[in-house]
Design a protein around this ligand. Structure first.
Ligand code: 4AD
Length: 538
């Protein structure tokens, strides 16, 4: 029994022909179900509901089935013809063309009007019947490639997918006025090969990493999200920043060293230590290479390192990671004022170099169009005056009270102050009790230390540093104050025995600097594979 309802029925292959799911026409009902002898019931009206089809109606319907069959046959052969035409198109290289010079995409401008070979990943794709646009990405740049004629019609081209890898040959042409594509050029493809075809359909790249997807899903797929324009741009800026800061250190005469990551001493408090079993002994992942850098001064002079530091931070904040790239340096025979000036030079010059970098400069403009490069001298503010500022602006301490001497200026308060002042600040002279055991006390006020935090708008603290206690007794008092076992630090303490000297240094959080420079909401967006509590993969 097949039900047909002209108004509410549907002539599609999934229609079943029941009373709840009727066809729209009788011929289609017979054709679609193949039940040529079935009884057909036609909807008449509310009063009569469904009535059996008339004899003439049935005759007409059967005739209609013949017409539908012919139509279907015709469609089938057309599809087969088109398919076989596409199948038949073998992509071959025209050997009479000039040889293609293999280039990376950062060399496009030097190769305009040349036939070149490029290799990369399909970043964007628009394939029509006889015209296709492929944006290829090779990590050094992007280029729009145009595929026309038989090359576009080939089955292989019609079935290309995003993130597939290709070798493409063709000529790079300047785009005519009014047309736009990356770098104002287009590559006219004359030949290409597929190196690795990425899946389409359900497993397609776009189904794996969708913009606006749950952040934890995107982090599970970090290996794929890294290919996106924003994350890869931040990573390029990161590389330029590390290159620039090495250039600065080189200009200032510092030597790079590589201290160990597996250690048996703490630097910044026991609560954030990652403990590990080191062949049966207790050891930790380093929190800071500072103590090792201090030991290098008599051997190598001023030194720096770019090393991972590890902090078991329980709190989930936008600026804390469990592993971060720590840039630390240690400088001998200098005053606190020298240290502050050195920090100003470091930040202004390094940022100047990054902005002038031909890859990173334009990316920063894209990521952070309103970025203002820091200028010397920075605003210097004593901790005690910061408390006044916070109290005057009605910002409360962690207990919800007015700030008093000795209070830690926690992240939220520090951010409010930095964002309001909206320029780099050197916050100096913190109280002894809220700073580390190794910090030198100020000679004019023993309650405070020769310490500094560099604060940047939108992020807050990006660098922490200080002059170090170089007097043996002052240092040992620091150990006692913090309840640290002196024996484990014998090698560090001996620095104050075998030729002590005034010295100081600092640590700079690479991801925090990048969050400021690239205007990222969190430091997680500035690390290749971020680590924080609950996340240690991929
Ligand atoms: O202020 P911190 O803890 O200072 C030290 O480790 C010193 N021993 C460094 C030195 O003087 N050689 O850390 C220094 C910087 C901070 O200003 C911050 O930028 C960054 O390291 N930092 C972190 N970045 C990301 N995630 C974390 N959990 C961080 N902890 C510190």
């Amino acid at each position: 029994m097949l039900y047909v309802n002209e108004k509410l029925g549907k002539d599609i292959v999934t229609t079943t022909g029941t009373k709840d799911d009727p066809f729209a026409t009788s011929p289609f009902a017979l054709f679609s179900t193949g039940q040529l002898d079935a009884k057909i019931l036609i909807y008449k009206d509310e009063e009569n509901d469904y009535v059996e089809i008339s004899a003439s109606g049935l005759k007409k319907a059967k005739k209609g089935v013949e017409g539908l069959k012919k139509k279907a046959e015709k469609a089938k052969t057309t599809i087969a013809k088109v398919e076989s035409k596409f199948e038949d198109l073998k992509i071959t290289e025209d050997t009479s063309l000039p040889a293609a010079n293999k280039i990376k995409l950062d060399k496009i401008q030097e190769n305009i009007d040349q036939r070149v070979q490029i290799c990369g990943w399909i970043h964007r794709l628009r394939i029509q019947k006889s015209l296709g646009f492929i944006t290829l990405r090779d990590g050094s740049g992007f280029i729009q490639c145009v595929v026309t004629g038989d090359l576009a019609k080939a089955k292989q081209t019609q079935e290309l997918t995003l993130e597939s890898t290709l070798i493409i040959k063709g000529q790079i042409n300047k785009l005519p006025e009014g047309k736009s594509a990356p770098n104002g050029v287009e590559l006219k493809v004359d030949y290409y090969e597929i190196v690795g075809l990425a899946p389409g359909g359900e497993d397609a790249f776009t189904n794996k990493v969708q913009e606006g997807a749950d952040p934890s899903l995107l982090l599970d797929n970090r290996h794929l999200t890294l290919r996106g324009e924003t994350l890869s741009a931040v990573m390029k800026v990161r590389a330029a920043f590390l290159k620039s800061i090495r250039r600065f250190f080189d200009e200032e005469g510092l030597t790079e060293v590589t201290p160990p990551c597996m250690v048996q001493t703490q630097v910044e408090g026991g609560s954030t230590l990652f403990k590990m079993d080191y062949y049966g002994e207790e050891a930790y992942l380093t929190q800071s290479s500072q103590l090792y850098l201090e030991t290098c001064l008599p051997a190598l002079g001023d030194v720096y390192c770019i090393q991972e530091s590890f902090r078991a931070e329980k709190s989930h904040t936008r600026r804390h990671l469990s592993e971060y790239t720590h840039i630390e340096s240690e400088l001998a025979f200098l005053t606190f004022d020298d240290l502050l000036s050195h920090l100003e030079r470091l930040l202004t010059k390094t940022i100047q170099y990054v902005l002038a970098d031909k890859v990173a400069g334009p990316l920063i403009k894209q990521l952070n169009p309103n970025f203002v490069a820091p200028k010397m001298p920075f605003k210097r503010m004593e901790y005690i005056h910061a408390l006044d500022w916070l109290n005057e602006h009605g910002i409360l301490n962690e207990d919800g009270e007015k700030f008093k001497f000795g209070d830690d200026i926690a992240e939220a308060a520090e951010r409010k102050m930095t964002d309001t002042i909206n320029e780099p600040i050197l916050l100096i002279r913190f109280p002894v009790e809220i700073k580390s055991f190794y910090m030198k006390k100020c000679e004019d006020d023993e309650r405070v230390t020769e310490s500094v935090d560099v604060l940047m708008p939108n992020v807050g603290e990006v660098t922490g540093g200080s002059m170090r206690s170089y007097d043996l007794d002052e240092l040992l008092a620091g150990f006692t104050r913090e309840g640290l076992d002196k024996d484990a630090y014998y090698w560090f303490i001996q620095q104050r025995v075998y030729g002590s000297c005034p010295h100081g240094g600092y640590g700079l959080g690479t991801e925090r600097i990048l969050a400021w420079l690239c205007d990222r909401f969190t430091v997680r967006d500035c690390s290749l594979y971020p680590r924080f509590s609950g996340r240690c993969k991929p």
